[in-house]
Design a protein around this ligand. Structure first.
Ligand SMILES: NC(=O)c1ccc[n+]([C@@H]2O[C@H](COP(=O)([O-])OP(=O)(O)OC[C@H]3O[C@@H](n4cnc5c(N)ncnc54)[C@H](OP(=O)(O)O)[C@@H]3O)[C@@H](O)[C@H]2O)c1
Length: 216
């Protein structure tokens, strides 16, 4: 089955390109379906566009590559469709104020992952992943030698198996940073394992293991 990517902007578009290059079929959805259609046409036979609901229904894994507030809205609308799906959440606790300034949208110490995980139906398999690098780095750092690590956080074995496959297909080395309680470590602002918390560094596997083990 395909991976649904909801949102075809900086993160969703980059991820779709990487996954298709890695041989993974994707089904793309955006707020404006024309954006998903244009990207699917660019990516060829392994990609197609659909509505958000159809994309979720047809996939076994769903990446919400949208802003946190939109993720919350879409989960509320489509909760039943997410039963038994792997739900991949790259969101940071960020949004925009009335003047367009980026602001933190959750209290200090509360992770987006901890919020999103609790909104899902009981049968969904939650994992925080694909938001640990700035989008331009995610775009440029795939398939390096040695491979750059992408951290993930989950309490769920099914989600871990799926995200390891997807991270490898995208051209990166997967490494578990911990469970949902540790999701804040791979989010920004404030996460010590997010690229922003690593002063922009990309880590190989040994460096990443050491960073996970380091006291925070
Ligand atoms: N940008 C980064 O460097 C970065 C890094 C790490 C994590 N993140 C996280 O990744 C997420 C996405 O960020 P981004 O920079 O990729 O955002 P973005 O470029 O603004 O793209 C947002 C996408 O969401 C879609 N969207 C909005 N409302 C929707 C709806 N109701 N239904 C379906 N799709 C909808 C938009 O559709 P349209 O194309 O039709 O407008 C657009 O494709 C955020 O949670 C962010 O915190 C971003």
């Amino acid at each position: 089955m395909a991976t649904a990517i909801i949102g075809t902007g900086n993160i969703g578009g980059t991820l779709a390109r990487h996954l298709v290059r890695g041989g993974e079929p994707v089904v793309l959805a955006a707020k404006d379906e024309a954006h998903a259609t244009a990207l699917a046409q660019e990516l060829g036979d392994l990609a197609r566009a659909a509505s958000v609901e159809d994309a979720i229904a047809e996939a076994d894994a769903v990446v919400f590559a949208v802003w946190l507030d939109t993720t919350k809205e879409l989960i509320a609308t489509d909760a039943q469709l997410l039963e038994n799906k792997v739900v991949v959440d790259p969101s940071n606790p960020l949004g925009f104020d009335a003047s367009g300034q980026m602001i933190r949208t959750l209290p200090e110490g509360q992770s987006a992952g901890s919020v999103v995980a609790t909104l899902l139906p009981g049968g969904a398999h939650y994992v925080k992943a694909f938001g640990t690098l700035a989008a331009d780095t995610l775009a440029s750092a795939a398939n390096r030698e040695p491979r750059a690590v992408l951290f993930y956080a989950t309490d769920d074995d099914t989600a871990a198996t799926t995200i390891e496959r997807l991270i490898q297909a995208a051209g990166f080395e997967p490494l578990k940073a911990g469970g949902v309680a540790d999701a804040g470590r791979i989010e920004m602002p404030g996460g010590d394992l997010h690229q922003a918390g690593l002063n922009g560094a990309l880590l190989d596997r040994d460096e990443a293991h050491a960073a996970v083990a380091a006291e925070t």
